[in-house]
Design a protein around this ligand. Sequence first.
Ligand code: KG4
Ligand code: ZN
Length: 337
Amino acid sequence: MIVLGIESSCDECSAAVVEDGRNMLSNVIASQIEFHKPYSGVVPEIASRKHVEWIAGVVQEALDLADVTKDDIHGIAVTSRPGLVGSLLVGLSFVKGLSFALEKPFVSVDHIRAHLYAPHLEYDIEYPYLGVIASGGHTIICTVRSYDDIEILGTTIDDACGEAYDKVAKYFNWGYPGGPVIDRMAQTGNPKTFSFPLPSLHKGDHQYDVSYSGLKTAVINQLDQFWNGEDEKSDENIAASFQERAIDMLARKVAAALENTGLTRIVTGGGVAANTELRKKFSAIPNSETLFPSISLCTDNGAMIAGIGYHYLQNKGPSDYAESVFSRVEGFRRINQ
Ligand code: KG4
Ligand code: ZN
């Protein structure tokens, strides 16, 4: 079964052709980064306009690269939540039109579940496992029992991990998006230059939650307070010290969740899954096996949408033309709630 997947929830306009939920025939990603760079963040109005301009061309390129025609595809999958409503609407409306014209079924899918599906495009992964989604919009630690059955163990109580990277980089004028920039700078920095605080979050029901707002504030406003008094207060040393704490916070929660749930596999998705330090720290957690998608499948892409869409089309059937878009995640159960 050949599925065309379309992703337009944020600033990546992407389309992919995937066979049987696994075999990637193409994955075209048109990034809008250059257009948002002057603002050091995604401007929703610009994002939806660019999607309108690009989507037809991106889809055609994905079909051409896969060497298939519109008639060869059996179904279409599209992100409908969560994300920027205007951007999501461009993708969903385009897909509804295409589905109607071609008389092919379409299914709307959840972007967060799709991020966790991304590594399944490359590896045979058995359920259950501990899932970690770390992106610009979300930081979620969860138990994953199937592509559709996800129970949230912990999440951020304020900023997402990638968002903290982006905001720190914006403040220091290091570039956009902040994640890859800080990751690169941190390679030559000394992480012991500043001992930024770890948040003291309440235990019990929310023991796996994380918080990035305090760390962000400390890096931006309280550098001197956490300086070791010896090493240079260089950009690289600030970046390395920030990254050390940002990733350590997540790795500690992941290690605790593994121990308490008895799970042994960690599967990570989302833009921050590309991070060098995160890959190192997660891989070092004892008695566990860690899987990451290739770098190009960490950030937003159409292949993960086509991949998970195949399973929805097979098992649940197509969506209705009345389907709409939603800015927030929904349908996730949170443990103890
Ligand atoms: O998954 P994604 O493409 O979009 C969302 O769904 O949010 O993730 C984008 C986020 C941005 O915040 C970006 O700074 C971050 O992922 N990111 C990274 C790295 N590469 C991308 N963060 C840390 N280290 C990286 N190497
Ligand atoms: Zn994403």
